[in-house]
Design a protein around this ligand. Structure first.
Ligand code: NAD
Length: 462
């Protein structure tokens, strides 16, 4: 059952009579309308009236309007203005550039800019690798999108994708000190995207592809990895895979099973599901059965595209066919990155004892977590209002911190697995239980641990 949250938070500025009962009337009205008050500030006081900023959380934009209407109907109350606090946060964008060097006088200017800068340019022209030492390339990542798969909202285009990319850049800085910059491309043509990224690459130490729809994202990433001498990482694929593999490692510790003995069902074989399957296979599970909108993926299924063919070739040992419900029978683990409400508690009951269910479709999971809990031993979702939130922010800041520090030119599966293990190991044996298989997204020890693991894995390869 959803609860009012800060994603729909409004501040209502209203005038009220200066009576002793006004505050009580207002707070009860918000409660009756189902809102949750988070602040009550008197901003002006007069003999005949007070002006109040009443801040509350709602369930949706419509619910916020209902709350405001309820307040406006109270006797003596005049609603002056309603501010949506989420929009206020976005006014003018969420990130900015600031200078790291003083520019107070002519001396400063001569070193940071002309004429001094010319010698640095010449040094880099002679030895291009010096760009990693003497420019922002050392610490800067491009967050590249074509806006074709923005959150769960679909193809919104490059301008509408910008608030997400800005948010991503803010997270990079906050959690790992990485300077990331949004690059929203006004094209959805594979060749144009590849060429555009190739052309801007000199500035960056890494490329984070974001919210680019499958199957185009697979080719774009693969070709850029071939062409560029900096790591290219599609977060929707590998960020998700890292956190899922880390979380599964701990979930299996909770139930005392080995992955080599387990049958894993992965539902959704798009950007996230394909990468999850490929990383899981590195750990030699008993079997993986992939399921998409057309049912179980098997070698004889007609119409498989290149991605599904390659998945079919390495999964489903028994080459079984059927629907999701068939796949779940006798499975130890369900991982969903697909669509909402696909099954219920009765299907979880057909899984093996001590089943693990990761229902990660956002915002509504494949199964209501409360239903899943009836028969599963461990349940995780992508939601912040439920234990065990699988969130990419546990992975990407530390991954790029490690890659940049190592001056890495590529990213490999062993780095991804090292990152997954590092996330899992932040939850030590004292803390581990069915409701705590992944650390909190605010645990500041996660990004340094992931960065160190990636640095070590990079060093082992060089
Ligand atoms: N919590 C997280 O950390 C996290 C991370 C990544 C993705 N996700 C969620 O996973 C979902 C998929 O993301 P994506 O980027 O891989 O999308 P995608 O569009 O690339 O892939 C979607 C996949 O789901 C399958 N699918 C759709 N409807 C289905 C159905 N009824 N039954 C079975 N399979 C079905 C499709 O065939 C496809 O294989 C989204 O809801 C996304 O929000 C969550």
């Amino acid at each position: 059952m959803p609860v009012p949250g800060p994603g729909y938070s409004i501040t209502v500025r209203l005038e009220a009579p200066p009576s002793a009962s006004a505050a009580g009337d207002l707070t009860s009205a918000v409660g009756r309308a189902g809102g949750v008050i988070t602040a009550f500030d008197v901003v002006e006081s007069h003999n005949d009236r007070v002006v109040i900023d009443l801040t509350c959380n709602a369930l949706s934009a419509n619910h916020a309007k209902d709350i405001t209407d309820t307040l406006g109907q109270l006797p003596g109350i005049v609603v002056r203005k309603v501010s949506d606090r989420t929009f206020l946060v976005h006014l003018g964008g969420k990130i900015e550039i600031s200078s790291k060097v003083p520019l107070r006088n002519r001396d400063d200017l001569s070193r940071a800019y002309t004429p001094g800068v010319a010698r640095v340019c010449q040094a880099i022209a002679e030895n291009p690798d010096d760009a990693r030492r003497l420019t922002i390339k050392r610490n800067t990542v491009a967050v590249v999108t074509d806006g074709s798969a923005v959150l769960g909202l679909g193809n919104l285009g490059p301008a509408a994708a910008l608030p997400v990319m800005e948010g991503k850049a803010a997270l990079f800085k906050k959690f790992a000190g990485v300077d990331a910059w949004p690059v929203c491309l006004d094209t959805q043509d594979t060749e144009e995207i590849i060429r555009a990224v190739e052309l801007i690459a000199p500035v960056y130490g890494g490329i984070n592809l974001e919210d680019i729809a499958a199957p185009r994202c697979f080719e774009i990433e693969a070709r850029l990895r071939e062409k560029l001498d900096i790591p290219v990482f599609h977060d929707d694929q590998h960020g998700t895979a890292i956190v899922v593999v880390g979380a599964l490692r701990n979930a299996l510790r909770v139930v005392g099973k080995k992955i080599s003995d387990c049958k894993l069902v992965v539902c959704g074989v798009g950007a996230a599901g394909s990468a999850i399957i490929r990383l899981l296979l590195k750990q030699e599970p008993g079997d993986v059965v992939a399921v998409d909108v057309d049912g179980i993926v098997h070698r004889d299924r007609p119409g498989l595209d290149e991605n599904l063919k390659s998945i079919a070739a390495v999964t489903n040992k028994g080459n079984v066919s059927g629907r999701l419900h068939d796949a779940l029978v006798g499975a130890d683990v369900f991982i969903g990155v697909s669509a909402p409400n696909l099954f219920g508690a009765e299907q979880v009951a057909t899984m093996n004892q001590d089943a693990i269910v990761f229902a990660l479709a956002n915002p509504d999971p494949e199964i209501d977590p409360m239903e899943a809990q009836k028969h599963a031993a461990v349940v995780a979702t992508g939601r912040s209002d439920f234990p065990n939130q699988i969130n990419n922010v546990l992975a990407f800041p530390g991954v790029f911190r490690g890659l940049l520090d190592a001056h890495a030119r590529t990213i490999t599966d062993s780095m991804l697995l090292a990152a997954a293990t590092a996330i899992a190991d932040v939850v030590d044996g004292q803390k581990l239980n069915a409701s705590f298989i992944v650390p909190s997204v605010f645990d500041t020890s996660v990004a340094p641990a992931v960065a160190e693991a990636v640095r070590k894995a990079a060093a082992a390869q060089s």
